[in-house]
Design a protein around this ligand. Structure first.
Ligand SMILES: Cc1cc2nc3c(=O)[nH]c(=O)nc-3n(C[C@H](O)[C@H](O)[C@H](O)COP(=O)(O)OP(=O)(O)OC[C@H]3O[C@@H](n4cnc5c(N)ncnc54)[C@H](O)[C@@H]3O)c2cc1C
Length: 342
């Protein structure tokens, strides 16, 4: 038991975050190196299907805790359950998400152990896991370990570890566990959709636009838009229309810089960066984005970065693998056409 690697399956009402399966894959690799079983922790109201999926993705066993009080994520009951189940584990992995930021911290305090958030690489060093995590907005990589306390709790950055393909023929034990749950102190009274139902964190391709999306003086706004600010936003919407076309041609998602969000071109849900989403896609295309350090903090781990910018000295070109010096309004339309033709 003490060698086992537990994985918390993060889900929203029974639908797993793909990063939960990445965490199972990472746990499998760790188990091969250091021994122990991979045990999935599936906590919720009706989560039998998730437990089966965890086995299919590589868990040896799934511990399932089902209770009406666990229908919605709340840190108090979830940390109490996870703390009880994982107390004897050697390692407890979770995908990094808004929920697990709270959960990992609370379980860490309850079990008096160390938590390493937002890990992008793991190695085995003696009896401990040596984790690599970006710090200072991604400018430095720190090596962190939990030398003695157990379990070692790590949250793994989305898309930093490969997602295993499910094997529907794979078998493993699913064990229902009864855990006493105290009445939670908070109540979730409902959910409302945000303006944008975007899931940038899971996207393999992201095309982002910045302040440059509004910079096309040749575009003449409709006559009824007379206010200068509204004309600027209208121009940016034409720019983001092109960004959206490229994203959909590549089967990807749209992102944005904070300048674009602050100027009202696009909602905050799209913002990439230090105070927005941290993403790690296979391909990141930045159009009309200068490459400020706070933007780079959110996308510097993308596998391939392409920059489109009018200014050959824009800092984004230092990080980009491919760069196009040009006006996004001229570069994007033929690019979209060519990709669609292919
Ligand atoms: C505490 C803090 C947190 C922050 N968090 C974030 C964050 O999370 N995310 C983030 O993005 N920023 C963040 N910022 C803001 C950041 O510092 C920059 O101001 C912002 O990223 C700039 O956005 P931008 O590149 O779109 O705009 P700009 O810096 O104005 O760059 C626009 C670029 O577009 C180019 N351009 C103009 N017209 C065209 C055209 N027609 N075709 C092609 N290129 C064109 C220009 O050459 C320029 O390089 C933060 C700042 C602070 C202080």
């Amino acid at each position: 038991m003490a060698k086992d690697i537990f994985v918390f399956i993060d889900h929203f009402q029974g639908e797993a975050l793909p990063a939960s399966w990445e965490a199972i894959g990472a746990a499998r690799s760790l188990a091969e190196e250091k021994g122990g079983d991979v045990i999935a922790l599936v906590v919720g109201e009706d989560v039998g299907a998730l437990a089966d999926q965890a086995i299919q993705h590589g868990a040896d066993k799934a511990l399932k805790v089902e209770h009406a009080s666990l229908a919605d994520f709340r840190p108090e009951p979830f940390s109490s359950v996870v703390g009880k189940l994982a107390a004897e584990a050697d390692v407890l992995l979770m995908p990094t998400s808004g929920r697990t930021r709270e959960l990992a911290a609370m379980v860490g305090v309850d079990l008096d152990t160390g938590v390493i958030p937002d890990v992008i690489e793991m190695d085995v060093a003696g009896d401990a896991v040596m984790a690599t995590r970006p710090i200072y907005a991604g400018k430095l990589l720190s090596k962190v370990t939990v030398p003695e306390a157990r379990p070692q709790i790590l949250t793994l950055r989305t898309r930093a570890f490969p997602k295993p393909e499910p094997d529907t023929g794979r078998s493993g034990a699913v064990e229902a566990v009864d855990v006493e749950i105290e009445d939670p102190l908070t109540e979730v009274t409902g959910y409302g959709e945000t303006e944008a139902g975007v899931s940038l964190s899971d996207a393999a391709v992201i095309v982002s636009g910045g302040r440059g999306t509004a910079n096309n003086p040749d575009l003449e706004p409709p006559a009824d838009i007379t206010d200068e600010k509204e004309q600027e936003v209208w121009r940016a919407q034409q720019g983001f229309e092109l960004i959206g076309q490229l994203a959909s041609a590549l089967g990807g998602a749209v992102g944005a810089s904070r300048a674009a969000v602050d100027a009202g071109y696009i909602p905050y849900a799209y913002q990439v960066g230090q105070t927005g989403k941290v993403v790690s896609p296979d391909l990141y295309i930045a159009a009309g984005i200068s490459g400020a350090i706070q933007h780079l903090a959110g996308m510097r781990t993308a596998k391939t970065i392409v920059a489109i910018n009018k200014d050959p000295d824009a800092p984004i070109f230092k990080l980009a693998r491919f760069g196009v010096v040009g006006d996004l309004f001229e570069v994007l339309p033929p690019l979209v056409e060519e990709i669609n033709n292919r």
